[in-house]
Design a protein around this ligand. Structure first.
Ligand code: ADP
Ligand code: MG
Length: 476
């Protein structure tokens, strides 16, 4: 029997209603019917279910064949909606065929009269009474973050393939899928893409995506309102759980504890879990050891810093999306210069496109440089020691590993000193930090290198020119 056949419908849409307007106080008749139904809930669903979920149901309003009942939280609403609402509606219809719909709304502080806990909470809730709850449990999904708009390249190939596997496999392929990488490299994009696609393919699946921050917020909130039971049941009932930026719960012990149990419960039920973080599980500081090791159980996929090719692919795709007239030379320039992360790269392209629209000028390399002046300059300040080592090794045709090695042969020792010198000049790193990056050398070694290179530059013009070429190559 479908909902259509019976003319019954459980309204699933979220209602944010103003109770002072438009709604009708329930009639005596309806109130009496609701009382009977409410009473019957206990025998219908059993004492445990009644106590955990249904007890707080309160008749709020009646309009156009809709019976509106409230619960105090979103957890309860969602749970009742998926598990009991249809049957409750049927029970109402059995009493009166005028009732066509059941709508569950969230009204904070809407506890049933004989609920003892509620009378205790009543005072605290008085102010917020009858204010529909504002937040959603899940974080919203960005419509732009789909697989279609995700450009695949070497740095993200593994994470992308893993994400596809999760979506395409009938069974859970690995649990959890752990995606990690630096800021703005596409972790959230991939997670949203998974959520969208599962939603498309299997609408019946409950996919829950939220940031670790939000998870914690919900948990703390549940603790405060004595609702940890509802919280637990809610999270344990989802089919796919995705928690973004798990590093956020570092040092938050009780949240970690709760997450650990939720995690285990879901894995036991063979439900897919997907986690992202800025670091590999083993490198997460402030996360309990047992949780860290749990996180590494499934597939750990990293997203590496982007390459020139990937960046170029991304700005090309973005240009097509924007349908903007951006010359290839400008895209190449952006891919070359804005290397920190993809978010910044996209931001740069958006800026030059927006600027061209406002100024009504065509986009050229010159206008681009002008518009992005501040960004390019600030980017110059963020040269990394890794980049310097790579560039210098390339320039002198030695192996990158020699930057860290103990070899003292002149042909590797000198370039290493050059790299140390440039690291001191072009980054804000301290001498000990630089030393550490060069195979754990002492800061006095770095100091010595800096002096040596200054000396050589003073004495030897062609050497000085060499250094200048390197500096230019690095600072653009
Ligand atoms: P993270 O969560 O890793 O910090 P995001 O997923 O928020 O990064 O990505 C930052 C921005 O870069 C988003 O706008 C995203 O769409 C874009 N982006 C990242 N990687 C790619 C990619 N491979 N293809 C297309 N866009 C990408
Ligand atoms: Mg993110």
């Amino acid at each position: 029997m479908t909902d259509n056949e019976t003319g019954l419908a459980v309204n699933l849409k979220e209602v944010q209603k103003d109770y002072s307007a438009e709604t009708l106080t329930p009639s005596k008749e309806i109130t009496a019917i609701w009382k009977q139904v409410y009473k019957a809930l206990r025998s219908e669903f059993g004492e445990a279910v009644f106590r955990s979920w249904l007890k707080s149901l309160t008749l709020q309003a009646q309009y156009h064949g809709t019976l509106e009942v409230s619960v105090p939280t979103r957890f309860m609403k969602d749970w009742i909606q998926t598990h009991y609402a249809k049957r409750i509606l049927e029970m109402c219809v059995e009493k009166s065929s005028d009732i066509k719909r059941l709508e569950i709304v969230v009204v904070q502080g809407a506890m049933h009269e004989d609920d003892e806990a509620s009378s205790k909470n009543k005072k605290a809730n008085e102010n917020s009474k009858q204010t529909p709850e504002k937040f959603e449990i899940a974080s919203p999904l960005d419509q732009r973050f789909t697989f279609d708009s995700f450009v695949v390249g070497k740095p993200n190939a593994l994470a992308h393939a893993a994400a596809r596997r999760v979506v395409e496999s009938a069974a859970v392929p690995f649990n959890p899928l752990f995606i990690y990488g630096g800021v703005g490299l596409g972790k959230t994009h991939l997670m949203h893409a998974i959520a969208w696609m599962i939603g498309d393919q299997s609408p019946e699946k409950q996919v829950m995506y939220l940031s670790a921050e939000k998870f914690m917020y919900q948990f703390v909130k549940a603790l405060r309102s004595n609702e940890t039971m509802a919280f637990k049941e809610f999270f344990r009932s989802v089919d796919v759980l995705m928690i973004d930026d798990i590093q956020f719960i570092a040092g938050k012990e009780s949240t970690q504890e709760e997450f650990f149990h939720t995690f285990n419960a879901l894995v036991d039920q063979n439900k897919q879990i997907i986690i992202s973080a800025d670091k590999a599980p083993s490198d997460l500081v402030g996360i309990e050891e047992r949780l860290r090791s749990r996180l590494a159980w499934g597939l750990v996929a990293d997203i590496q810093p982007s390459t020139y090719d990937l960046r170029l692919g991304i700005v090309q795709a973005k240009r097509d999306q924007l349908e903007a007239d951006v010359p290839d030379s400008v895209l190449e320039f952006l891919a070359l210069k804005v290397t920190s992360n993809i978010r910044e790269l996209e931001g740069a392209l958006n800026r030059i496109v927006a600027h061209a629209e406002v100024s009504k000028n065509a986009i050229t390399l010159e206008t681009t440089q002008e518009v992005l002046q501040d960004l390019l300059r600030s980017h110059d300040r963020r040269i990394t020691i890794d980049e310097i080592q790579r560039k210098v090794a390339e320039h002198y045709n030695i192996r990158l590993s020699d930057m860290h090695s103990a070899r003292r042969a002149r042909q590797v020792a000198r370039p290493r000193q050059v790299a140390m010198y440039l690291a001191k000049q072009l980054t804000a790193r301290s001498l000990p930090e630089i030393g550490r990056k060069f195979g754990g050398r002492d800061h006095t070694t770095v100091m010595h290198a800096v002096r040596k290179i200054e000396e050589l530059s003073n004495d030897d013009a062609s050497f000085a020119q060499d250094i200048e070429i390197l500096r230019r190559a690095l600072t653009g």
